[in-house]
Design a protein around this ligand. Sequence first.
Ligand code: PEP
Ligand code: MG
Length: 573
Amino acid sequence: MSFTLHGMAVSPGIAIGYAHLVSHATLEVSHFVIPARHIDAEIARFDAAVETVRVELDTLRNTTAAAPAEIAAFVDLHAMILADPLLSSVPRDLIRSRRCNAEWALVQQMEQLVEQFEGVEDTYLRERKADVVQVAERVLRALLGRPGHLPARRAVEYGTVVVAHDLSPADTIQFRQQHVSGFITDLGGATSHTAIVARSLKIPALVGMHHARQIINDDDLLIVDGTLGVLIVDPDQRVLDEYRLRKSELELERNKLKRLVSARSATLDGVEVSLQANIELPEDVGQAREVDAAGVGLYRTEFLFLNREDLPDEEEQFEAYRSVAQAMGGRPVTSRTLDIGADKALLGDDDNSPNPALGLRAIRYCLAEPDLFLTQLRALLRAAHYGDVRMLIPMLAHAREVDEALNLLARAKAQLHERRVKFNADMQVGGMIEIPAAALAVGLFLRRLDFLSIGTNDLIQYTLAIDRTDDNVAHLYDPLHPGVLRLIAHTIDAGGRAGVPVAVCGEMAGNPAMTRLLLGMGLRQFSMPPGRLLEVKQGVLRSDCSRLRPAVVRMLRQDEPEKLLEHLDKLNA
Ligand code: PEP
Ligand code: MG
């Protein structure tokens, strides 16, 4: 039966695909002791589940015969893990000797194996841990009477929509390899890093769906409308046809925008506007180049540190930063130093702080871990020898944070000097204005740094005191709050007066509805997900700064929300 659910649209576009429920099955299994007389039956139940999965994998291998070699290799690997007595036989012994139920026996053995993998030095082998977990989860689903998900032929026709209770940015970035067409989550906010990654991967997504995961089944056909915030479950043919049409229209519109790639980025009255790209991983540079971004205005380097047990060493970081710098061919690459903490935790870093968004995050974390920070600083300084790499310090609130970071930078330079390694001693250093106190006392930062970049996502979170990942307060997230607008305008003005460049790299910069407002505030440098750049460029090309300036000055005198909206509508008319 077809039905519709509503959520928060966080990544535009339309995805049509079959539901793939992501569950942490291991957390859901019950643990109990079975009576001795049931041991044989429990073992038979376990064997039957293993056999079900074996058949599933066989079917999968046959239906994906024409699929890329990696899929076949992945199916073979899972079949091999399943056949290994460590997974298919040891749990039987545990059922017999400890009389635990089959699910519990399997989870115990899986945990044991995972622990052994963690101790392995070889990175490839260590990463196979995830495969063991996936195979065990497949068997668990079979035990629980839920057959594992089969990306069968029809899924190839439409793709896969991931349905999860919650996803971390680290989970989401992996969708790049997994050809996920869309996703929905029960939790989440519009500017959570999970949503940001979705936009960067151009995957339509809805968050804040509340109980969607409980009412959607594996393999239900779903339409995700990431623009209107609508999810249609099991659509009838007419709706499906309508959405297929809308999807191709959207693709057509996107293609039309490509005409603007080579247009000079300037307003009607000739004001040049630098439109740059936000990236998460070196692979994203391709997208930035495709839209002819004037540079990378925000490289979120922390993504190199996620989804792994070890930390990238100086060499690995240097290679990544250099590859981005070289791929951008001399255009600026603003590389943000590690913004770890809150929703982007390192594996194994259990953040027990009562309020992680207000805790040891970003520059606070780096100053508390000087060796980790020094390694990154050395890698950035070395990469800056090969291109226009600039460093950007996140989450500044105190002058002394800049002073300490600059001291460590001087130490990193001395270390490289001693090692006689090539580096750029004149690498520019900038800071992010994303805490209200930093915006109000912006002079402290203008005096110490070469440039500033306003992170509106966090600036809004901290100004309005709402956790950007919490869907319960997502409705209070308001870029047009007069307090937020004044902080942004003040920072841009102060930078202009001091002759220090100020950019905006938060999601506001990529929202075409905000382009004229920001231009009118005097902003001349925007950084955004590459997928938004051409739409914003279209706005720039149609704007006249001489007309916008006085209109925005008038707008900023208002503080009633309706009046502000009226002014914005007039600006955009
Ligand atoms: C921001 O806070 O606006 C920003 C650009 O940084 P991030 O979204 O990575 O926190
Ligand atoms: Mg931020």
